[in-house]
Design a protein around this ligand. Sequence first.
Ligand SMILES: CC(=O)N[C@H]1[C@@H](OP(=O)(O)OP(=O)(O)OC[C@H]2O[C@@H](n3ccc(=O)[nH]c3=O)[C@H](O)[C@@H]2O)O[C@H](CO)[C@@H](O)[C@@H]1O
Ligand SMILES: C=C(OP(=O)(O)O)C(=O)O
Length: 425
Amino acid sequence: MSEFPDLVVSRSVLQGQVDLCGAKNSALRLLAASLLTAETIRLQNYPSELLDAQVHVRMLEALGKTCTLSNPTDISITEPRLGIDRLEWDGRSIRNTLLILGALTARQGRGAVPLPGGCKLGERKYDLHVMLLERLGAQVWEEGDYLCAEAPAGGLVGTDIHLALRSTGATENAILAATLAKGKTRIWNPHIRPEILDLVKLLRKMGAKITVHGQEHIEIDGVDGLNGATHSVIPDNMEAITWLAGATITGGDVEIRDFPFDDLDVVLAHLKAAGAQLFRGENSLIVRGRNCYPIEISTGPHPGINSDVQPILAAWAARATGESRIVDLRFPGRYAYAAEMAKMGVRHEIDGDMLKIFGNGGQLHGANVRALDLRAGAALTLCGLIADGETVITDAWQIGRGYMNFVDKLKSLGATVRTENRSAA
Ligand SMILES: CC(=O)N[C@H]1[C@@H](OP(=O)(O)OP(=O)(O)OC[C@H]2O[C@@H](n3ccc(=O)[nH]c3=O)[C@H](O)[C@@H]2O)O[C@H](CO)[C@@H](O)[C@@H]1O
Ligand SMILES: C=C(OP(=O)(O)O)C(=O)O
């Protein structure tokens, strides 16, 4: 990955206005949905420069789709070639291959995809994905580095699917696969979160019959075929929280436009209690950095705090004075980034499933650190903005998986950042 430069960050105060891009965790799911139809899917507010989106587009093209960007935020997906059901791929994989498998099996009766990639967050099982395809009548098996599925003659058959835990990906996969299954499917104990409601919205425009019964279950009446549609990707709530934390810990003043207030109730309540100075504009959030108090949070399904947020809040905790506590119930032990932060002077302790951070008011020093995953990279950048001296983040490509124009946006907010190819030298 040496073609991706390192990120060099110095102490800065974030000031100005910033627009949010379309959410990675929504856009990827919508791309997978395009496999359910031969007609054109057009996505607006599409984050085309995200590395994971680019991998996904190449995967669609390997499956016979043509993806055309009319500008950096508008993509059309058409299908000039039909019938490729094995995703031949020797590059980096993404978590979404599981959803590609669900969509291929639903529409073409079979599929074969590379095993899922994505952030290394400890154990990331896919047993629920296998279970739900089997419940819909498919046979599922592994062949080397591939996961394969085959529907019974006549296609998938609707059924009751009970999810043992509120998995995001398994809920999405079950929805995708059930849209074209014969008869009714009920998905019990689904994860209802903004990205999933966005997927449901697109699928309904495509002609799917989906009813969401709150957190209890989702009901889908299978249809024979789906049509094309145009849809706008929701703004990225993870990016929103990243700028909010950046503005606060640097003592800055930032207006975040198109802020997804409704998606972030719980995390906003925690951050207000932890000193965030937040003002609501017409369609924006204005953040004025002042105080930063310790936090005590645990992650959970929506509307709880998303696991992806906790590394960002660890940077907040490093800026506060006193002990913060983080428990990640979604991905227990997703704390590898803390050892990287420690190189910058962040004192921490992992106590069972809990990460404790002993904040010293943000007296950090620059260091060479590694972005072990996407949110870890963003959190280290935030630490770099309050540290003395230069912080060099290697494997900064991880950030590019989920944040579009990250460096340009930081610069436009007045940050001293640059990219450099130090590790390749
Ligand atoms: C592309 C995308 O949208 N990724 C998000 C999605 O990941 P993803 O969909 O992979 O995460 P899940 O919600 O499925 O994972 C939640 C928990 O369920 C477990 N599990 C999951 C599937 C399975 O078959 N078996 C199983 O045991 C996981 O190991 C984890 O402990 O939701 C996570 C939070 O929930 C976020 O951190 C990720 O950013
Ligand atoms: C964990 C994440 O993504 P993925 O599931 O694609 O690895 C993330 O977005 O922080």
